[in-house]
Design a protein around this ligand. Structure first.
Ligand code: NAD
Length: 475
């Protein structure tokens, strides 16, 4: 039984099985589900630990983050295999995500040695002004299932770097990777109470975090619906909050695009990681002149993809994460057909040697941007091609969405690429690249319904994980 970690102790609670979506007979482990009392204990422990941790020196924080980065990297194959088993992304994708987690800890280890402020002359003679950054307090971290190690890493590492204490609630479906990083961090020398792990259900564990007046800030990644709830509960406590939510990301393909670059970018954006990325593209907006060639080339590329057990060498697309997500994907495939889009490729449930949640990648053509499959986040390997006349229409369709996380364009025209970068209503823009796939040292986040609050990652993370103080003194 894998236990919760509260006030520096491993604490047992009733457990639940973590099941491998590639092979439902494989139980990854039994993980404790925290009770409301466990969460309250975790919050008290974090509050107590914050008093000294917030005053800890940069060297202590650097040492913990550095050691964690090193251990994660040294164990990348083992942790990658654990991640692939619990979430279902392919082993190379999972190992890549573990490497990313290590790089994030490494980056914030460096940042902890670069904490700085400003000294500014006052407008009043004889007075000095100092601007400093201080830790915020107890931070609630609530994460989704689709990046079981990278998203916890990009919230936990800056929280530690800037001197905060943490109550961390991973997604109920994927506790193993989170348990592993908490275990690594406590062995790396993090004092008791600074990082508390409370696994379990959103309605119990997440809710208890949101209801506590002692939680000074909540950083959340997940669905737009839960995000709205986090926002409302946080406003009640005048608490700082940050939300990273859904996407319906466009990938524009113009007549002058390099066809193979466009097809690779679209295939990666829409179908890799089983389409279960907030930055996945599910709207392929294609101009008339290249439309038929693009659809033909996509069909060939999709026919070459192997959908199978995430751990099997040669698998390109692993299973969907669980039965209910698979059902949601199949429902949307039916909705798309009823709305009049043409299911051009795939979309069937597949049987494999091991019993899992396998879905053939689905490509719709003849879709329009007002259909539900083009407006609502499906979160699976399902994409729709929307035919448009020219760049102007492509840009308008691309921006016609409630979401604004990532937007891509495939073109060889500097004029259109530049115009798109300036006019796409998204937090991240990709030219001749997949909509997913970002660096760890630069800001990450979106606009409109996709995000709320400051950006995550890179130096911009300081905006959320610190609070600014302005001090005046008479010289
Ligand atoms: P979800 O909203 O169902 O759950 C996210 C987290 O919130 C989980 O830990 C869950 O247990 C918790 N939660 C649920 N109800 C809660 C409540 N009442 N109070 C507090 N916490 C609660 O999302 P999911 O299904 O795990 O993840 C998929 C979603 O995440 C997709 O919409 C995807 O786009 C989004 N996502 C966004 C980003 C981004 O950076 N924008 C990145 C990854 C995933």
């Amino acid at each position: 039984m894998f236990k919760n970690y509260i006030a520096g102790e491993w604490v047992e609670a009733e457990g639940t099985e973590n099941i491998n979506p590639s092979d439902t007979s494989d139980v990854v482990g039994v993980y404790s589900r925290a009770t409301r009392e466990n969460v309250l204990d975790a919050i008290s422990a974090a509050k107590a630990a914050f008093a000294s941790w917030s005053r800890s020196g940069p060297l202590q924080r650097h040492s913990v983050l550095r050691k964690a980065a090193d251990e994660i990297m040294a164990r990348k194959d083992e942790l990658g295999s654990l991640l692939a088993r619990e979430e279902g992304k392919t082993l190379p994708e999972a190992i890549g995500e573990v490497v990313r987690a290590s790089q994030i800890f490494d980056f914030f280890a460096g940042e902890s040695l670069r904490l700085s402020g400003e000294i500014i002359p006052s407008v009043r003679p004889g007075i000095g002004v100092e601007i400093t950054r201080e830790p915020v307090g107890v931070i609630g971290i609530i994460t989704p299932w689709n990046f079981p190690i990278a998203i916890p890493a990009w919230k936990i590492a800056p929280a530690i770097c800037y001197g905060n204490a943490i109550v961390f609630k991973p997604a109920d479906l994927v506790p193993a990777s989170s348990w592993a990083i908490v275990d690594i961090l406590q062995r790396a020398g993090l004092p008791a109470g600074v990082l508390n792990l409370v696994m379990g259900k959103g309605s119990v564990v997440g809710q208890a975090i949101l209801e506590s007046p002692d939680v000074a800030a909540v950083t959340f990644t997940g669905s737009t619906q839960t995000g709205k709830h986090v926002a409302a509960a946080s406003i009640e406590h005048n608490r700082r909050f940050q939300l990273e939510m859904g996407g319906k990301n466009p990938m524009v393909v113009l007549d002058d695009a390099n066809l193979s670059i466009a097809v690779e970018a679209a295939t990666n954006s829409a179908f890799f990681s089983t389409g279960q990325r907030c930055t996945a593209s599910s709207r392929l907006i294609v101009t008339e002149g290249i439309h038929d060639r693009f659809v033909e080339a996509m069909t060939q590329r999709l026919s070459s993809l192997v959908v199978d057990n995430a751990l099997k060498p040669g698998t390109h697309i692993g299973p969907v994460v669980d039965e209910s997500q698979l059902q949601q994907d199949l429902d949307y495939i039916e909705v798309g057909q009823k709305e009049g889009a043409r299911l051009h490729f795939g979309g069937r449930r597949l049987e494999r040697e091991t019993n899992g949640f396998y879905l053939e990648p689905a490509l719709f053509t003849e879709a329009s941007n007002d259909m539900r499959i083009a407006r609502e986040e499906i979160f699976g390997p399902v994409a729709a091609v929307i035919r448009v006349k020219d760049y102007e229409e492509a840009l308008a369709v691309s921006n016609d969405t409630p979401y604004g996380l990532s937007a891509g364009i495939a073109t060889q025209s500097l004029k259109f690429a530049t115009h798109f970068k300036q006019n796409a209503e998204a937090g991240m823009v990709m030219v001749n690249l997949p909509t997913a796939g970002v660096d760890f040292h630069v800001p990450f986040g979106g606009r409109k319904r996709s995000s709320y609050g400051p950006r995550e990652q890179g130096r911009y993370a300081a905006e959320f994980f610190t609070t600014v103080k302005t001090s005046y003194s008479l010289a």
